[in-house]
Design a protein around this ligand. Structure first.
Ligand SMILES: Cc1cc2nc3c(=O)[nH]c(=O)nc-3n(C[C@H](O)[C@H](O)[C@H](O)COP(=O)(O)O)c2cc1C
Length: 184
């Protein structure tokens, strides 16, 4: 797929079914993620893959966190089922390192770039997906259950699979509304 065609037409899809990328295809997806811009070459990334039954374990982690936060029964069940919305969920973590010149924000942005690169690589391989976060991303209970360090931050859950139905992309936006040329 042509790079510009991909960038100009990409869109997410929340309606995902099997198959997800194979092990070989995932290797390509991860290699794309590992090309993310990275100030100081800190490689502040970790990708935690949930597929098959492991998605239920992630759902249980979400449900326990919902319970611990005093959410109602409906929200707890919704949390439990959330990871089942795709055949594969990749949790993208910013493994933030202490550094004089590279603040936390830059490392989290780098992890976000890795996530986007992985989403784009998946699209190029014929799959689709959606970047999700929600309160789970910031919940300490979820972090602990995933063996994350105090300084780590989940930047997103990349839901991946094959489009069940094609969804329409959002309308095109006019660059003129977002761009200004300084001094003109
Ligand atoms: C950091 C981040 C977090 C997001 N979290 C969610 C989310 O929790 N749920 C959701 O439906 N969309 C979420 N989105 C938006 C979708 O990934 C997607 O971009 C949006 O639905 C627009 O669709 P498009 O990508 O086809 O333009 C998030 C996007 C970003 C960048």
């Amino acid at each position: 797929m042509d790079a510009l065609e991909l960038l100009l037409n990409r869109h997410s899809n929340p309606r995902l079914i099997e198959p997800a990328p194979s092990a070989e295809q995932l290797d390509t997806v991860f290699k794309a993620g590992l090309r993310a811009p990275d100030h100081g070459a800190l490689t502040p990334w970790e990708f935690v893959v949930f597929e098959g039954e492991q998605r239920q374990q992630l759902g249980d982690i979400f449900a326990q966190a919902a319970q611990a936060n005093g959410k109602d029964a409906e929200t707890i069940e919704k949390a439990r089922n959330a990871p089942l919305r795709a055949p594969m969920v990749i949790t993208v973590v910013a493994k933030v390192k202490e550094h004089n010149n590279v603040p936390r924000l830059e490392q989290e942005i780098s992890a976000g770039c890795a996530l986007m690169a992985m989403q784009m690589a998946s699209l190029a391989l014929g799959f689709n997906g959606i970047w999700r976060t929600g309160w789970f991303s910031f919940d300490r209970g979820v972090h602990q259950a995933l063996s994350l360090a105090e300084t780590d931050q989940i930047v997103g859950f990349l839901y991946l699979g094959t489009a069940q139905v094609e969804v329409r992309k959002l309308p095109e936006r006019d660059p003129a509304q977002f761009v200004r040329y300084f001094g003109k």
